[in-house]
Design a protein around this ligand. Structure first.
Ligand SMILES: [Zn+2]
Length: 412
């Protein structure tokens, strides 16, 4: 079985290389924004959207001095590696298809310092010298990196990115690994605010709330920053502090999510999870002027907690880690999972009197409400699997089994 994996290292560039990398990232941003500009104009004029190949043609012309959609000329684009700029156009293509598939909002213009990165797609142009902890990248030369672990597999592509003043290289590789035999049985997971994740066997993971923990420090740092004269050296210092706290929050959250998803995926062959539309839940609660949102305060707190705990990221990690271990993830529709009695099957919202306690009004069954949710999720997962097996050959450990409308009739 093919395994794709990314290995990320901190780069130790010299001054010239840092300037170059900032410049290359900036050039990619110009290309992205100009291409988006072009697509918008074409749309307003009733023309068809350009495909990737069409955009690449435009890019070549821009690099040769033809005017950009914004009117200026930018022959200096050719100072950056062409491949990285084409990859930017690919990213724009993906942003559009995510938008059309309703997975994301309309693509936005990129701002400076927002996501400084660029990607080299061609492994032939890259040389990795692991024994000397260095990597050769086009137009940058040999760069040293902090070697924290060995890169396994054949290099597929390279992404260079900046965060909090540090530069990183992410090496995506591909390798053949033996089909693993999964460990353990099936489990259902209930995701929540009070408990980050509750398993159907009763195990639960505490909420992370990494953001809350650092919230005060962050607010103070932001206040300090707002009192400084913009762009002064004290302002820059204060800004660096805000960015450091943001990075710390991100690291703590990533670490927690990885530990949790690793433990669960190593001990279960099948994991069932509610197919929550995290994007919809965390969407702005404020609404519009015509239809202002209800309970804006409460919802924004909930939204923040969801984002804080990174449910979507957790699910993504579970998905690929289970596949690596030979198991799989099953997403089930969330209907009634919190209201159905696992003992007698009675469905009523009265079964759940408080957030934490489940007590069946029909048979008197009592249990923690999150555990009940997880048990019901597991059942729904078994039901889905049963009808998939009877209907067709079940695909081997290959990502999430989605709950599309076509299988709705399978739910018992
Ligand atoms: Zn009952």
């Amino acid at each position: 079985m093919q395994r794709l994996q990314a290995f990320k290292y901190e780069l130790m560039p010299n001054g010239e290389q840092q300037r170059q990398m900032r410049r290359f990232a900036g050039l990619c941003r110009v290309v992205f924004n100009e291409a988006l500009n072009l697509q918008k104009t074409r749309y307003e004029q009733g023309e068809k959207k350009l495909g990737y190949a069409g955009l690449c043609k435009e890019l070549t012309a821009w690099r040769n001095g033809a005017p950009l959609p914004s009117g200026r000329t930018a022959p200096w684009l050719s100072e950056g590696p062409a491949h990285t700029q084409q990859q930017t156009l690919k990213d724009l293509e993906r942003a559009y298809s995510n938008f059309f598939a309703k997975r994301a909002d309309f693509p936005r213009f990129k701002k400076k310092n927002q996501s400084d990165s660029f990607r080299y797609p061609d492994p032939k142009q890259v040389k990795l010298d692991q024994s000397n902890c260095r990597i050769f990248l086009p137009k940058l030369g040999w760069l040293r990196y902090r070697n924290s672990r060995e890169v396994l597999g054949a290099v597929r592509n390279i992404t260079v990115s900046q965060s909090c003043g540090k530069w990183f290289v992410s090496i995506q590789t591909e390798r053949e690994v033996e089909q693993p035999i999964p460990n353990g049985g099936a489990v259902g997971i209930d995701m929540g605010i009070a408990r980050f994740a509750t398993l159907s066997d009763g195990v639960f993971y505490a909420p992370l709330n990494s953001f809350k923990r650092h919230e005060t420090a962050l607010r103070k740092a932001q206040q300090t920053m707002s009192r400084k004269v913009k762009f002064s050296s004290n302002w820059k210092k204060a800004k660096a502090r805000v960015q450091r706290i943001h990075a710390r929050i991100g690291n703590a959250r990533r670490d927690y999510l990885h530990k949790t998803s690793t433990t669960i995926s190593q001990n279960h062959a099948m994991v069932c999870i509610e197919d929550l539309q995290v994007r919809n839940m965390s969407k702005s609660a404020a609404g519009t002027t015509e239809s202002p949102g209800r309970k804006v305060r409460a919802k924004s707190g909930l939204n923040k907690a969801i984002l804080d705990q990174g449910w979507a990221e957790f699910r993504r990690q579970l998905d690929y880690k289970l596949a690596w271990n030979g198991g799989h993830l099953i997403a089930v529709p969330p209907q009634n999972t919190s209201r159905t009695c696992p003992s007698c099957g009675h469905v009523s919202k009265d079964n759940r009197q408080t957030q934490a306690k489940f007590e069946c009004v029909e048979c008197g069954f009592e249990e923690n409400a999150d555990v009940v949710g997880a048990i019901n999720v597991l059942r729904a997962g078994h039901a889905r699997l049963a009808c998939e097996v009877s209907g067709a050959v079940m695909p081997p450990a290959a990502g999430t089994h989605r709950s599309d409308s076509g299988v709705a009739q399978c739910r018992a």
